[in-house]
Design a protein around this ligand. Sequence first.
Ligand code: NOJ
Ligand code: CA
Length: 727
Amino acid sequence: MNLTQNTKRVRKPRRTVRRAFLLLFLGTFATLVQAQTLTSPDKNLTMQFELTGKGEPTYQLTYKKKPVIKQSKLGIATHDVPAFLEGFKVVNTQQNTLDETWKPFWGEESSIRNHYNELLVTLEQQEPKGRQIQLRFRLFNDGLGFRYEFPQQEQLNYFVIKEEHTEFNLTGDHKIFWIRGDYNTNEYAYTTSRISEIPNLIEKATHDVHAQFPIDTLSVQTPSMLKTADGLYINIHEAALVNYPAMHLNVDPKTFRFSSHLTPDAVGNKGYMQTETQTPWRTIVVSDKAADILASRLILNLNEPTKYEDVSWIRPMKYIGVWWEYFVSGKSTWAYSTETNVKLTDDFTKFTPNGRHGANNENVRRHIDFAAKHGFDAVLVEGWNIGWEDWFGNWKEEVFDFVTPYPDFDVKALNKYAHSKGVQLMMHHETSASATNYERRLDTAFQFMNKYGYDAVKTGYVGKIIPRGEQHDGQWMVNHYIHVANTAAKYKIMINSHEAVRPTGLHRTYPNWIAQESARGTEFEAMGGLAPDHTTILPFTRLMGGPMDYTPGIFQTDMSIYGGNQRVNTTLVKQLAYYVTMYSPLQMAADLPENYERFPDAFQFIKDVALDWDKTHILEAEPGDYITIARKAKGQNEWFVGGITDENARTATVDFSFLPKGKDYIATIYADAKDASWNKNPQKYTIRKVRVNAKSTLKQHLAPGGGVAVSIKEGDRSELRGLKKLK
Ligand code: NOJ
Ligand code: CA
């Protein structure tokens, strides 16, 4: 009896061991021909890779067991070699984990955790025999990134892409915040609808923008923000767009299948590849909390660390500009003269001044004085150089030379004057989209900047691209923008590009590319206005890829005082909140100096607000509705809160538990007045100081189209004692 039991006891585990061994074997076998599963470090996300019967690679993604992306195909169609679409078998798989923390030079956080599980699948085709590609999947707690990799091999050296066929097979008719696919512009207003409604709305969503090229298939741009009926937030974009065209998303409004649509070049091709190479990462950020989408650093994590050795010269900047006056009706002009047909070889000193040239010595000096008085780092001056008389619309190659000032702009004296007051002038290179001309003159232009002591340039690409037939979002231009950032670094120059391809986190690799526009910014408030919900959508879309030079800070929102009937569709306080909600290390105070002088107490917030952060706390967020963010200034015991709402009034809740415990601070609260709204009394606000600590909560009324801004700092005992405590 005893013996039998003993025997059993011994044998039972042995059987178990054998069964486990068998399972393990089957597992490996299944792996090679069929499916591979990858889970996120926190196990909330699961990605499954699988080949179809035809040997087509597919993936699917679930979040907390709910499907996010149903089985979706991966593949690339090519021109001159067999396609990478089917006939694959899995020849190797590899799983890795990484958990590291890195420090960006500037950003929303001073340290970022990069934590993922990775699956690398090596696929081989029979035709051509033995040709291999790899798919690399990285699954983070906040989403998935994957890309195609093409190892160098005898069977594969060069190829031309006809189309990438990456699918994002969505699970239903989700709500989507979208702008139309367009090869040339991302400056459209957002539409919020169901996926199935896109066909009916697409024409209405095609606003007039300079040099547009709306895609004729039904498509939307990325970052594409979606919300499912059961409350999942999904963001689709790309990371590390290098030497490849930008991706749009074709939309099937019936099956809710999205698929990649690359930007073509002048002859219709979609990418010239030489192995060893790879595509950008395709990114899917997912959460059941909208705040997590804004807190995601997945796109940055998928970009390469910088190769720059010295970054000490790169710094966040707050600037004003000779700029808004060009947009407020009739005030001044970029152009100097009354001529209408000019050439770079013309003698501009002989031209008749139009009497309204903005970039004149006196006006620039006035701006330098204002910047110095209020602690700004820089003054942007647009319209300083010859060529603006007919800069736009003629598809002309040589509009600007970037080195010849107009007769009334003394480049040497003005820079000297600015530097003597601790202020920089900010250069402006409008290229009028003639990238060829800009590339030819780039070194000379940067040497000119070095000579006079400029350390930052706003670039611009208004118009149809030259080389003619290329597009703003194509591979040629993608390489151009990076070439400009890279070349600028050699001259220790920072770049703020307008009308460039939307960002994909490349500021990690090129930290001197400190901001971009690449969306509908404040300038459109002067050209018909932005919807009050626009800036509650941008952080979920355009800003997923990187900081935006949104150019906030308009205090004189009713622009009829300049003539015309334009209006900025926000309250004054909402403009303050943007310095926190619209992340950028480059922030402009865009309004005219005289308008700030009329509201010195509100202007104080713009002067105080930090540009670089240790920590970011997304307190409340819902795309299209509201956003409340708190951030801790880098290296300082100061915090700033910004809250915004759409056209609806709301009560924002600011929970101060982000503050260190056990200490009181002084909070200055800038709030909309009770009867304020974006279209009535936009300039009515209140400012109050209260005592807060980590246990305090603020319930604050935001006006329709309004906001709230809070600055928090330490105070000595007597200062604190005089203040009412916020419960
Ligand atoms: C468009 C830019 O977005 C704007 O800021 C600039 O003033 C004009 N182009 C002229 O370069
Ligand atoms: Ca623009």
